[in-house]
Design a protein around this ligand. Structure first.
Ligand SMILES: Nc1ncnc2c1ncn2[C@@H]1O[C@H](COP(=O)(O)OP(=O)(O)OP(=O)(O)O)[C@@H](O)[C@H]1O
Ligand SMILES: [Mg+2]
Ligand SMILES: [Zn+2]
Length: 507
């Protein structure tokens, strides 16, 4: 007989319904999987036969065909083990078909029949609820994650045998109690540091506040040990808290990537991702045969920190431009393309020169002008154009550091950031931050006074601004004005913005 089991395939961060059809017929014994299975799915055969055998179920010698439909949707990963095993049991008459009705299954099988965790349970739970399934059956370790999509009964059997008893109705398992996700959302402190612990560096701290308020990208340059990494790590703590919707979005990305920490199913604070410069292209952007989100997507709604940015490969930096513009990445594979969200803020750090000491009064830089310009030219113009603020972070001698008082706390800076974001929302509509204003939007929301226009003309003449530079300065000035609670961009706001444009050494 033909058995049908409902499961899912992941496409980007969304789950699509998939039906596993299993047919057992007389013929050469064996198990064949068709319907665009990849890698781990093909190995399901071995895991399923072992798990079923170890559950004490004897399989008659039949020719078994497993079809994953629709055939044009690629199926990857090990989560098909469980639906395939159940389809097999029904097809061979070991389990009545009614047991499968209205239930959605996913899970990997260990050879001994234990049900092991899989990625993408949150998207599956969202689909199960929307499509009116009565029960979602998933691995126990993914239980909390599924509880983020309330309104669907979630059952988490430990083994295939437990599940069979449940489906037979003989030893039913109780659905999980609904978890209160608020416990993971509220008050989760970002893991970075607190600005209060960064002494001095007022200029860089001011840059961070502007970056947080307007959603801008930032480049910091300075010698080793000047505090660039420390400053970057403070940024999540001065950004507004994630809303529940944002948090679910971020969680879905991390779920599909298989990167949710156990016991903490909801990503409740802004991500801070700091990939090393040797990270592969796929690790950064995403991809692979089972397309997984890369660092740019794991940083969605948070920070992508690229330390020593000139060391990243040129191609890696070039591909960053797309998500920086559009807020998502498109991964093309064979006939289809998959979209992952990637709306992050870029914070980059670099040394002023290959040895790191140019401009440091206490050290001697031995780099030749050619070496310095070669180092700096690794950052292309179009990438630099997406970075609105460039700031130099000078070294602070340790004896000076010791004497400096504690600074303002991240929480207090965040208060101003939230105020500035509220102004932007009221003026530009929800979700449109100053960093994303271009052309027409700038004209509509960031008009200059007569004095302002004169100042920009003068600065442009002296500093040789391109049209793009001009836009960047105005975007930053818009944020400075918002932080000051001013609807009008006045000359002080512009002057500060110009300074952040010409401050760094990478132009
Ligand atoms: N302004 C500061 N206030 C307090 N501590 C500081 C400050 N600057 C640096 N430090 C201390 O120095 C250490 C090194 O700073 P950090 O790693 O941020 O420097 P960096 O600029 O990122 O250096 P590199 O270029 O080598 O990556 C920090 O862990 C911190 O303990
Ligand atoms: Mg560092
Ligand atoms: Zn040098």
């Amino acid at each position: 007989m033909l058995a049908r089991v409902e499961t899912i395939a992941l496409e980007g961060i969304a789950a699509r319904p998939v039906e596993v059809e299993v047919d057992a017929s007389v013929g050469m014994p064996g198990l064949h999987i068709v319907g665009l299975p990849e890698g781990a799915v093909r190995e399901a055969k071995d895991r399923v036969t072992a798990a079923v055998g170890n559950a004490g179920i004897r399989l008659p010698k039949r020719r078994v065909t497993v079809n994953l439909a629709p055939a044009d949707l690629p199926k990857a990963g090990s989560a098909y083990d469980l639906p395939i095993a159940l389809g097999l049991l029904v097809a061979l008459g070991k389990l009545p078909a009614e047991g499968l009705k209205g239930r959605l299954f996913l899970g990997e099988l260990a050879l001994d029949g234990r049900i092991k965790p899989v990625p993408g349970v949150l998207p599956a739970a969202i689909l199960a609820r929307r499509s009116g399934f009565r029960e979602l059956i998933i691995p126990a370790e993914n239980g909390l994650e599924a509880s983020l999509a309330p309104g669907i009964a979630v059952v988490t059997p430990a083994t295939l045998t437990d599940l069979v008893w449940h489906l037979l109705g003989e030893r039913p398992l109780a659905p999980l109690a609904e978890a209160d996700w608020r416990q993971w959302l509220d008050g989760e402190r970002p893991s970075g540091g607190d600005l209060a612990d960064v002494k001095g560096q007022e200029h860089a701290k001011r840059a961070l506040e502007i970056v947080a308020a307007g959603g801008h990208n930032l480049l910091m340059s300075g010698p080793p040990g000047s505090g660039k990494t420390m400053l970057a790590r403070c940024l999540p703590g001065i950004l507004p808290h994630l809303s529940l919707d944002e948090s679910l979005e971020v969680t879905a990305v991390h779920s599909v990537a298989g990167k949710l920490p156990s016991g903490r199913p909801l990503v409740g604070s802004r991500p801070f991702r700091a990939p090393h410069h040797t990270a592969s292209h796929v690790a950064l952007i995403g991809g692979g045969s089972f397309p997984r989100p890369g660092e740019v997507s794991l940083a969605h709604r948070g920070i992508l920190f690229l330390d020593e940015i000139p060391e990243f490969g040129r191609t890696a930096l070039e591909v960053l431009r797309e998500p920086l513009e559009s807020g998502d990445v498109v991964i093309s594979r064979a006939a289809r393309s998959i979209r992952f969200p990637a709306r992050f803020q870029l914070v980059a750090a670099c040394n002023p020169c290959p040895c790191g000491h140019q401009g440091d009064p206490s050290r001697v830089c031995r780099c030749s002008p050619v070496q310095v310009s070669r180092y700096r030219s690794r950052l292309s113009g179009p990438l630099l154009d997406r970075i609105d603020l460039h700031v130099e972070v000078p070294p602070v001698p340790s004896e000076v550091l010791v004497g400096l008082p504690k600074g303002e706390s991240s929480g207090s800076v965040r208060g101003r950031v939230e105020g500035a974001r509220e102004r932007q929302g009221l003026r530009q509509g929800p979700g449109l931050l100053n960093a994303n204003l271009d052309g027409g939007d700038l004209a509509a929301h960031a008009g200059l006074s007569v004095e302002g226009r004169e100042l920009m003309l003068e600065a442009g003449r002296r500093l040789g601004f391109s049209a793009r530079t001009h836009h960047r300065v105005i975007r930053v000035a818009r944020t400075v004005a918002d932080l000051a609670g001013s609807e009008v961009i006045d000359t002080d706001h512009l002057a500060e913005a110009v300074q952040f444009r010409v401050g760094g050494r990478f132009q």
